[in-house]
Design a protein. Structure first.
Ligand SMILES: C[S@@+](CC[C@H](N)C(=O)[O-])C[C@H]1O[C@@H](n2cnc3c(N)ncnc32)[C@H](O)[C@@H]1O
Length: 263
């Protein structure tokens, strides 16, 4: 039987990794690295560095899996993503079949935590459903949302209140009903700077962070109407400087905390 470990490696700082993840890294014979695009070469390098630093107790090898291109012009978003995941699953299934021997352990390093906005678990489900004889386990990691809150030194939730995690694409369609704290990921365009009418920015506070947890970390906090332009500029400069950016932000409506609630 082949074994796969899906290991959450945190959002970028080599110290933001759990002891369980380090143990898992040390059990891997073959690291599978999905090479997404040219501009993420830095992220591929970071994964290699983590392995060099922690996977020191046994010989291992790397197998790079080129990511199939995604059709960003397709009209149906869900359909296009579904098709892309199927092609990615086929590429990953083929790589596991060809490169991992029976009795060996393969590893996928998932940025942050593998269960949050990451397709690897859905893909492995497809690979096993297609008949591959393998078992897999998941090692959790620190998410970028947790790292963002830590860097800003804020609790994620208001007392006794929920937190909603969503994408820039969803936020662009309107403010999530009933939420007053919203964490936004995967926002390629900076939706915070041009919020839909129903959101308004009169009473909205933003806690923004890019490359959170790393040496390049950038943080901005303030009322959206005061700091949105600064974030747009900071974001554009950083993207131009590094060739890529990963940023996350928390939006919170202003109101007096309900002291009667529980944590
Ligand atoms: C594909 S999702 C992966 C999320 C990841 N699984 C997690 O647990 O954070 C990528 C998004 O995560 C966020 N992200 C990941 N690492 C980040 C970091 N170091 N700083 C800020 N945002 C980050 C960004 O919103 C980015 O668009």
């Amino acid at each position: 039987m082949k074994k796969i470990l899906v290991i959450g490696i945190g959002p970028g700082h080599p110290d933001q990794i759990t002891v369980q993840a380090i143990r898992a890294l040390r059990a891997v014979d073959v690291f599978f690295v999905i090479d997404k695009r040219k501009e993420t070469a830095d992220l591929v390098r970071l994964r290699h560095e983590l392995c060099e630093r922690y996977a020191t107790t046994r010989p291992h090898r790397f197998v790079t899996i080129p990511d199939p291109p995604r059709d960003r012009t397709a009209a149906g978003y869900e359909e296009a993503v579904g098709d892309w995941h199927r092609r990615r699953a086929a590429a990953i299934g083929d790589a596991i079949a060809a490169e991992l021997r029976d009795g060996e352990t393969g590893g996928f390093l998932a940025w942050g935590d593998p269960t949050l906005y990451d397709s690897i678990l859905r893909i492995l489900e497809q690979v096993t459903a297609a008949g591959a004889a393998l078992e897999y386990d998941v090692v959790p990691g620190v998410t970028s949302v947790q790292a963002l809150a830590a860097s800003h030194r804020i609790p994620l939730n208001r007392i006794g209140e929920p937190v909603l995690i969503t994408t820039g694409r969803k936020l662009a369609a309107g403010w999530p009903e009933g939420a007053d704290t919203v964490a936004v990921m995967l926002d390629g365009t900076g939706v915070f700077a041009d919020l839909p009418d129903d959101v308004g920015d009169d009473d909205l506070e933003i806690y923004w962070g890019a490359y959170v947890g790393t040496d390049d970390e950038l943080l901005v906090h303030g009322p959206v109407r005061d700091v949105a332009d600064e974030i747009v500029r900071t974001r554009a400069d950083a993207r131009a400087r590094n060739g890529w950016i990963m940023d996350t932000y928390l939006l919170r409506r202003h109101r007096t905390e309900d002291a009667a609630g529980s944590e």
